[in-house]
Design a protein. Structure first.
Lengths: 253, 321
């Protein structure tokens, strides 16, 4: 195992985060805090509880998930896309690092950033709304699993993208709508019956539901199903990454 | 002595159908400077890229220090440092973090004193804290070399190392490359500047249309394929070559002031004595004389041009059939 190689990629990517602190950390925390202020502290006070949880507290898991998904994808996708764009990928490809080590470096760093961001948002939320964490271990498990899975997904997008527009298209056009419609701001039990069924095709529902269960012990879908769906998506992303390096898709000619 | 790089039947056909390499066989000896010459699109960069692991080969085998580049890619790649043709760096990184990154990537434990030595050799030590974006073009190119050397490789690939570099810096680079060779590093360089190969290489390989046309020691190649010319400066220009000299391999320069006799260096009888006798008999005097050997550039052009004509001939033959 080339531990120094993994460490080099990981440190390089983390250094990029600190260089772009405003964009990587400060802005996502600030923008999520605006949701807490508007929907939690301002409007939330006039809204009823959902499944026994105040509205301001109810939206915390969904908002953390929203930030976690979009930041995991954008961090990891940019991390591998930029070396392709600038040509510095030659060094990665010519180095004695395996596929696993390359992915561990890029995805590990992207997931770390997202987890730090998620925790920062959690701490920030405390300034605006009260909340509790019923299952803290599960909360961390969901946080880590989701960050890893979507960082891996972002890595795949970064390999697939051949211009900056493609880099943005999945997070903006797919992930954000799915998160908004996946129960970030409401319980899916509040939807008409037919929409409840349709919503179950949205994979983000399982992530938000599981994460919310870790906070308040209430869930839209069975917790086992949430864990299972997250793991399934992780496995699919791992398989896609393995295929990319086996075939050299958009990396090697 | 076992070659440091052994390439056997290496072929590459890209997805679009373009064949960049056709069954190339080549051995690079430990400690030599090998220059790979060829026109644009000849397959130089593809060859280097396959050995370094950037491009997948369609067929054939490559070993580096005895390690197969596929089966034993970790050990093979640790042996190699690559300076690509394009200057590709992370603009916002510092010089120091860039070389530290490269060393780590290649699986080497941190060694600040070694990295300092490399940066000092390349006159980059004073710039170690500077962001790469602030460096000049020449400094960036030197940084690429520093990155390639950061993991102490035994083989260094330099793909067009002095492209776009001014004359003074080019001389510095040549001196640095010689210094690396003296320290035991095997150098393989591709270049458009034939004088660079002529100046530095121990052996020359000429690649054209994906095939190695020739691989030979530089001096032997220049002697084997080179020709020599004896030029006589005439007191009075001639309009044409006198009839008495018509059978000799002679030509006049553009204004008729020089009579040029071409002869084969390797031939036992160069014919110079006979030429001078004929000159005397024809009563042609001369003020000065000098000789000139053909350069590697002329040999290269002849080789590539010859291959081109052969290829055209094959094509027209096939079309007629």
């Amino acid at each position: 195992m080339n531990w120094y190689g993994i460490g080099a990629i990981y440190k390089f990517e983390m250094a990029r985060t600190w260089r772009t602190l405003m964009q990587s950390i400060v802005w996502p925390v600030l923008s999520t805090s605006l949701y807490f202020i508007v929907f939690g502290a301002a409007i939330g006070a006039r809204m009823g509880n959902i499944e026994g949880v105040s509205y301001g507290a109810f939206i915390i898991p969904g908002l953390i998930m929203l930030a976690l998904l979009s930041e995991s994808i954008s961090n990891a996708s940019f991390g591998i896309f930029f070396p392709k764009f600038s040509g510095t990928i030659y060094e990665i490809l010519s180095a004695p690092v395996s596929v696993f080590e390359i992915v561990a470096g890029y995805v590990g760093a992207a997931a770390t950033k997202s987890i730090v961001l998620g925790l920062l948002i959690l701490v920030t939320a405390r300034f605006f709304v009260d909340y509790e964490i019923t299952h803290p271990v599960w909360m961390v498990v969901f946080l880590v699993l989701t960050a890893l899975t979507f960082s891996l997904f972002g890595f795949i997008i970064g390999v697939w993208a051949d211009d900056f527009q493609k880099l943005q298209i999945i997070p903006l056009m797919v992930i954000t709508p799915l998160t908004f419609l996946g129960g970030a701001f409401y319980s899916i039990s509040m939807l008409p019956a037919v929409w409840q069924k349709i919503t179950l095709f949205n994979p983000v529902v399982y992530l938000i539901s599981g994460f919310r269960w870790a906070f308040y012990g209430v869930a839209d879908v069975n917790i086992g199903l949430s864990v299972g769906m997250t793991l399934l998506f992780l496995i699919l992303c791992l398989l896609a990454t393995w295929w990319i390096f086996r075939t050299g898709y958009r990396i090697k000619t | 002595m076992e070659p440091i790089i052994s390439i056997q039947d290496l072929g590459k056909t890209y997805a679009g159908g373009f064949t960049a390499l056709k069954k190339v066989n080549l051995e690079i000896q430990r400690g030599e400077i090998f220059a790979l010459l060829g026109p644009n699109g000849a397959g130089k960069t593809t060859l280097i890229s396959i050995v370094c692991g950037i491009v997948n080969a369609s067929q054939g085998n490559v070993t580096v220090s005895g390690y197969d580049i596929q089966r034993d890619y970790r050990r093979a790649r640790r042996e190699i440092g690559l300076v690509p043709q394009e200057i590709s760096t992370d603009a916002f990184e510092s010089v120091w973090s860039a070389v530290k990154f490269s060393r780590g990537l290649f699986g080497k434990a941190p060694n600040p004193s070694y990295l300092e030595k490399i940066l000092r050799q390349l006159s980059l030590w004073e710039k170690k804290g500077n962001k790469i974006i602030t460096l000049s073009g020449g400094m960036k190119r030197r940084l690429m070399i520093a990155k390639a050397l950061s993991h102490e490789p035994h083989v260094l690939f330099l793909d067009e190392p002095t492209a776009g570099v001014d004359v003074e810096l080019r001389q510095d680079m040549w001196a640095m490359v010689r210094g690396l060779r003296d320290s035991g590093v095997t150098i393989i360089l591709t270049t458009h500047y034939i004088e660079e190969a002529e100046e530095m290489a121990d052996r020359i390989g000429v690649i054209n249309r994906g095939e190695l046309v020739v691989v030979e020691e530089k001096n032997a190649l220049m002697q084997r394929m080179g020709e020599k010319e004896l030029s006589l400066t005439l007191p009075e220009p001639l309009q044409k070559i006198p009839d008495a000299l018509a059978d000799l391999p002679l030509r006049l320069n553009s204004d008729g002031s020089e009579l040029i006799y071409r002869f084969d260096i390797k031939s036992e009888d160069t014919g110079i004595a006979e030429f001078l006798r004929c000159l005397n008999a024809a009563n042609i005097d001369f003020r000065d004389l000098h000789t000139r050997e053909s350069s590697l550039e002329e040999i290269f052009v002849n080789l590539v041009h010859g291959e081109h004509q052969k290829h055209e001939g094959q094509l027209s033959g096939e079309m007629q059939e």
